[in-house]
Design a protein around this ligand. Sequence first.
Ligand SMILES: [Zn+2]
Length: 238
Amino acid sequence: MENLLKIEKQIRAGNDISYEDYQKLRAYREYINDLEEELHGLRNGTRSLEFALRSAGQSLAIVVGHTQNSPGASGTSPINQSEYPWNKDLATKIKQECQNRGVESKIFYRDGIGISGAYKQVKSWGAACVMELHFNAFNGSARGTETLYDADTNSGSKSWANRLQQSMLDVLGTKDRGLKERDPGDRGYKSVSSVNIPSALIEPFFGDNTADAQIGHSSKDDLAAALAAAAAGQLNVS
Ligand SMILES: [Zn+2]
C-alpha cells in the first residue's frame, strides 16, 4: 500500500512514473483481479472442482495469462487485442507445434480459479515444466523481450527461463531486456513460484509499442514454433 500511495502522489503531481513503478501498479491490479476471480469461483463452484486428468509423463503446461473478466494489457495495431485473447490463440498454436514434435502439452486457464487454482491443476496434471503467456506494456516507447522466473522455488527455473528467452529473441529480434528474478510482492511472483517444477512467465514484446506489436503479430506462428522447440529441448524430446 505504501508504494501505491507514493505512485499516486507522483501521478497526481503531474509526473510520469518509472517502468518499475508501473510494474508495481500492474502488480496491485493483478493481485486484486486474482482475488476477484477466486471469489467468483468460490461463489459459482468452479474453484472447488476436482482436477482429474493426469499427464502421461514428460510434459509442458501452458498457462494463459489473465482472464476473460480482466484480460490484461491492450495491444496496439495490428494486434488490436488484449493479452488474454491473443495468448489464448498463441497457446493453441504452441500446443499444435508440441503435438507435431511429439511433446505432450496442455493449456490451463486462470478463469474462475485464479492463479493458485490454475497452478494447482498444473501440479495435479503432473507437468514437467510450465510457461505462462503474456505480453508487456508501459508507455508506448519501451520495447523488448523479458522472461520472469523465481530461483528459490525450483532451481531449474532460471535455465528454463533462459531457454525461452533465447528462443524468443532468435525469432523476434527485438531488444533483449533479460531475465527478471521475482520476489514476493513482485508482479508475476505468484505464477512463477507456485509449483516446484521449472516455471517461467514470458513477455515476448511490448504490445503498446508499434514496432514490437508489428513483430509480435507477424511472427506469431514462428514464436509458437520456437516456444515448442524450447519445450522439446527442455524435456529431451527430439
Ligand atoms: Zn500480462
